[in-house]
Design a protein around this ligand. Structure first.
Ligand code: FAD
Length: 332
């Protein structure tokens, strides 16, 4: 590989329900700063069906150009088709950096594309910079349960890739009417070549904000005892307009669906306020929520590890404390 052929910073622009997801706008801001340091252009890569007009939003948020794959084959996200678009576009235009949001789609797509492109990927990045001496992307992320920051460089392969946690980077203030270049791309595969078919999408009945976008999360764990006890978490969340989160043990007990799971094998969240109720504070849970603005723990065991990682701790029985909180908040 001749890495000198690779130039430019790209952002994968994720679309959900016809709109660019917030983390992609944040990444255009972060990508712009990296592109300026490298003295190169910032481009978006936009994949979907009926998505071309969204390129204008990307320009307003800092993209100089957008590669657009607009085709019915991309109507619903499938790793196989989206990955093909990333790979074909990368091989054709050779960007030096590609950033993805660390959403379910971004994580799935980036890891699949990195494998096929035989390049490095730093997952769940929280700091991005350019090394002044080498010009390499410095992607930093918490490691060893948040005890150190690991800065990862991809020296010998291109593109350098990273998934970036939502709500960490700052989007630019949009410049209405800002223009850029739309580069329309064609994909080489046809529907009959695709092995995966999406038969149905079952939307969650909840009206709550998505857990990775929520400002307030009320999370419950095994300490709630059973599915009925976990109902207290739903009641409290509803009272204060929060989204429900859960530990893996609560999910595995079948009290709540997996997409509410916070932690290493669940979602990484950064709300302004995180309530951890009946959650012991295992490291695998902490890595998913320790960057929350304010952590409030309720646990009846004064020695529970969660008390080492929270801003406020209430030692007590959740079934006594939470109903009192609900009552107080209902009065406000
Ligand atoms: P427990 O550890 O059983 O804690 C329950 C807590 O509730 C206790 O502290 C107890 O004192 C308290 N309690 C009991 N009754 C009450 C009451 N009435 N009022 C108040 N407090 C009460 N876990 C995750 O959460 N997310 C992950 O993504 C994740 N990924 C993992 C990946 C791997 C590879 C492995 C090995 C584990 C992973 N785990 C994950 C599991 C993790 O190690 C813990 O087992 C899990 O987080 C514990 O869940 P918990 O805190 O709900 O339960």
């Amino acid at each position: 590989m001749n890495i000198a052929e690779y130039s430019g910073v790209w952002v994968f622009i994720e679309v959900k329900d016809g709109k660019i997801v917030p983390v992609s706008l944040e990444l255009l801001g972060a990508g712009k700063r990296l592109a300026e340091k490298r003295g190169v252009e910032l481009s978006g890569i936009l994949v979907g069906y009926g998505v071309k007009p969204l390129a204008n939003t990307a320009f307003e948020y800092g993209a100089d150009a957008v590669y657009v794959y607009d085709d019915p084959i991309f109507k619903l996200y499938r790793t196989e088709t989206y990955m093909r678009a990333i790979i074909e576009c990368t091989n054709r235009h050779k960007p030096e950096i590609i950033l993805y949001g660390a959403t379910s789609t971004g994580k799935d797509l980036a890891s699949a594309a990195a494998t096929d492109l035989a390049t490095g990927l730093t997952a769940d990045t929280t700091i991005l910079d350019i090394d002044a001496d080498t010009g390499l992307l410095q992607a930093s992320r918490p490691a060893f349960g948040g005890n150190i920051m690991a800065t990862i460089l991809c020296k010998k392969h291109r593109p350098q890739m990273a998934t970036v946690r939502p709500k960490i980077m700052k989007a630019m203030n949009p410049i209405p009417g800002r223009k850029g270049e739309i580069i329309e791309e064609k994909i080489s595969i046809r529907e009959e070549d695709v092995r995966t078919k999406v038969l149905e999408i079952v939307k969650s009945a909840t009206k709550q904000v998505r857990i990775d976008e929520a400002d307030i999360i009320v999370a419950g764990g095994k300490g709630l005892g059973d599915a009925k006890g976990f109902g207290l978490i739903h009641d409290f969340a509803e009272t204060i307009g929060a989204t429900v989160g859960a530990s893996r043990d609560a999910v595995e007990a079948g009290w709540i669906e997996h997409h509410h799971q916070v932690g290493q094998t669940g979602v990484t969240v950064t709300p302004k306020i995180y309530f951890a109720i009946g959650i012991s504070g295992a490291i695998q849970h902490l890595v998913g929520m320790q960057n929350s603005g304010l952590i409030i723990a309720i646990n009846k065991d004064p020695d529970a590890p969660i008390f080492n990682s929270c801003h406020y701790g209430i030692v007590g029985d959740a079934f006594e404390i939470v109903p009192m909180l609900i009552e107080q908040f209902k009065r406000v």
